[in-house]
Design a protein around this ligand. Sequence first.
Ligand SMILES: *[C@@H]1O[C@H](CO)[C@@H](O)[C@H](O)[C@H]1NC(C)=O
Ligand SMILES: *[C@@H]1O[C@H](CO)[C@@H](O)[C@H](O)[C@H]1NC(C)=O
Length: 228
Amino acid sequence: MEIRCLLLFFLPLTLEALAPAEEFFDVLGTGLREWRLVFRGTAYINKSMYTAYKDGSNVPAVVRDSCRQTNWTQACDTHYRNADALNHWNNVVEVLLGVLDGGKLAKTAVFKGDHTSYMNWFSESHYINSCWADLKGQHPNYFAIQGHDTANRRFFISHNYNGCQNDAGWVVVVDHLNKQCDWEKDEAFPIIKYAAGEKYENWNTGNFLNADALVVFVKYSGGNSIVG
Ligand SMILES: *[C@@H]1O[C@H](CO)[C@@H](O)[C@H](O)[C@H]1NC(C)=O
Ligand SMILES: *[C@@H]1O[C@H](CO)[C@@H](O)[C@H](O)[C@H]1NC(C)=O
């Protein structure tokens, strides 16, 4: 009896410990379910992904289970925002961005989470590594979730601008029906374009693919993970 009381007394009742276990996944195959799914943005649904991420206003009140898990072959046709996780951005040590294409995580990028907010972790200064080998040590002209605000280029890592024909970069969410450059024109939005190889490309002529979704996971300090 005495022992039980002591255990209860010392139980670390942090917010993350109270997060539902089904929100945690073994995204990188380490054997630990340590990544909490906090966002999924879906391509071509004609609803702003940036707004969905920022305040959830484009996200349905009830989101299908298929949008809240990591079996990437399942169909999802809305954005998903984990409001609890994004509104309580505490003790985050790492953030993982994933680019989903054809039922697979085509690209991942990992960022430092300490001293960040849910809006500013996606940046040059918090970048750790990714599938784009040449990104380290670069100074992209845009590297932010907000990206190029007036052009609605979000989750944007741009190598350079120099007139539409010469623009080059790694990844972008074109978040409206854009009329500005040929490389970002399409019939619906958001368009998620990513450099398919290991380096940045010219948006017009380079090896780019259009992804199905973007996903964001966080890892917390204090070992809040589930083994198995
Ligand atoms: C993933 O979802 C598909 C489609 O619902 C299903 O056929 C498959 O068995 C699932 N895979 C796993 C590992 O659960
Ligand atoms: C998105 O908008 C375009 C242009 O209005 C339309 O052609 C397309 O069918 C829409 N797609 C969806 C999924 O709503």
